[in-house]
Write a protein that binds this ligand. Structure first.
Ligand SMILES: NC(=O)c1ccc[n+]([C@@H]2O[C@H](COP(=O)([O-])OP(=O)(O)OC[C@H]3O[C@@H](n4cnc5c(N)ncnc54)[C@H](OP(=O)(O)O)[C@@H]3O)[C@@H](O)[C@H]2O)c1
Length: 267
């Protein structure tokens, strides 16, 4: 079985890593069309896959053609591969904002899968939300599900509108969380902790808190209340977060990223 990627960047590498680790394909069955020579050399030497500068050759005879390029490169890549995609192939896009309709028009192909992954996919802890056009073969739906399971959790949705919403929350979300982690580390240093100790405390706190919500299944508000004792230290900290509108800022951040994803799709 042959699988191909156009664009051998961060996300493509994460998915390729998952495929190889789960032995869904062997390295020689994976083809990447990539413009940057140093990336091609890195991908070939690290994974033993075929990384070439010819996108038409890369997609030849592949079951899935994964478009893993930036949104601004969609039309130029589509122009090159359109009319080169055969009916047994499925185009899989991870491109932010690119709608199924846009992809159908630009590639001239009706079998399209649209995925919104995120960067923790690199360590098998990703979150992917995905959907497919009506024409996609059941076997390619299954194959995609299997591949996505190797890089973390996946949710299939029937309504494409959830892809833009997921972009705002789970695809952009790691950046929000990293920003919070960085601020917590700096805060620890500010009050006098050594930096490496502040880093360990911040990371284990974020990791442990997420795990506690997952494993208990309890509402985060309920778990928050359990930490906040009347007149205590945490109440002092939480009221500062409320005063600076941190919860409202997070809502605004997700909403802005969601609206940007819609705007990208309208271009
Ligand atoms: N990173 C995320 O968190 C994330 C999450 C969800 C979805 N996505 C989506 O995933 C897509 C890829 O993101 P990424 O972070 O992996 O990007 P990336 O690291 O920049 O990878 C894209 C790669 O494709 C190459 N490329 C550009 N034009 C090409 C062409 N015509 N033929 C072959 N290769 C070409 C790029 O080269 P140049 O650098 O020279 O352009 C780059 O090496 C984006 O559409 C993004 O919206 C990303």
């Amino acid at each position: 079985m042959r699988l191909s990627f156009i664009g051998g960047g961060t996300m493509a590498e994460a998915i390729i890593g998952g495929i190889l680790e789960a032995q869904i394909a062997v390295p020689k069955e994976i083809w990447v069309g990539e413009v940057v020579k140093s990336r091609r050399e890195y991908l070939s030497s690290t994974y033993g896959i075929n990384a070439i500068d010819n996108n038409i050759e890369a997609i030849n005879e592949s079951e899935l053609i994964v478009l893993s390029i930036k949104p601004q490169d969609v039309s130029s890549v589509s122009q090159v591969i359109q009319n080169r995609i055969s009916n047994h192939q499925t185009v899989v896009s991870i491109i932010a904002g690119a709608t199924i309709n846009t992809l159908m028009e630009s590639t001239g192909h009706s079998k399209i899968i649209r995925i919104m992954p995120n960067t923790p996919a690199q360590i098998g802890s990703g979150m992917s939300v995905w959907t497919a056009s009506d024409d996609v073969d059941a076997s390619h739906i299954e194959l995609t599900k299997t591949i996505l399971s190797t890089i973390g959790e996946e949710i299939y949705v029937y309504e494409e509108k959830y892809l833009d919403m997921s972009t705002g929350l789970s695809a952009s979300g790691p950046a929000y969380v990293f920003l919070i982690i960085e601020a917590l580390i700096d805060a620890g240093v500010y009050v006098g902790l050594p930096r490496d100790m502040a880093r360990k405390l911040a990371l284990q706190t974020v990791y442990g808190s997420a795990k506690l919500v997952m494993e208990t299944g309890r509402h985060p508000g309920e778990l928050k209340d359990m930490v906040v004792s009347p007149g205590g230290t945490t109440a002092e900290g939480v009221q500062v977060l409320e005063k600076y509108s941190v919860p409202a800022a997070l809502v605004e951040a997700v909403n802005s990223a969601y609206l940007k994803s819609i705007r990208l799709g309208e271009k």
